[in-house]
Ligand binder design. Structure first.
Ligand code: SF4
Length: 149
């Protein structure tokens, strides 16, 4: 079966910042008959669960990778290094499993594709990718946001 990298929380793993997972029939349908490779970049980077919510300040995941923006949690603690490390680990996992596509959690500062929170912790969104989504795209892995948010 063809492998597809999937945000672990979308597979029901309780790894979100709030200690929950987010499996859904829509995601199961989007995976289809492919083999899901569940991965959580933030946990892989050693961040705890639950953890403080984090957002990208000053840009999106591409800007983080280029050193123009950073990732901070809602206490102001800088977690940029962990988010970049998690992205690298996700890329390694995708390559190891032979994934050419990833189905990732919408709006996350790691996994978001096309839209992420804007760094103000007010629920506002901006165009852009999370750090992991940006790194995967840069290395030729097609990233799709999970259906249903
Ligand atoms: S980093 Fe990605 S896989 Fe991990 S909890 Fe956040 S959205 Fe889910």
């Amino acid at each position: 079966m063809e492998p597809v990298l999937v945000s672990a929380c979308l597979q029901g793993v309780p790894c979100r910042f709030d200690g929950r997972g987010k499996a859904s029939a829509a995601v199961t349908g989007a995976v289809g008959d492919r083999r899901p490779v569940a991965f959580c970049p933030e946990v892989a980077a050693g961040l705890p669960t639950p953890r403080r919510p984090a957002e990208i300040v000053g840009g999106d995941g591409h800007d983080v990778l280029d050193g123009r923006a950073r990732v901070v949690d809602d206490t102001g603690h800088d977690v940029t290094e962990e988010f970049v490390d998690g992205a690298r680990r996700a890329l390694e996992a995708a390559r190891r499993a032979g994934c050419t596509e990833a189905l990732l959690m919408a709006r996350s500062p790691s996994c978001g594709r096309g839209t992420v929170y804007d760094g103000t912790f007010t629920g506002e969104l901006r165009e852009g990718d999370g750090v992991t989504a940006a790194l995967l795209e840069r290395h030729g892995i097609t990233v799709r946001p999970a259906p249903g948010g």
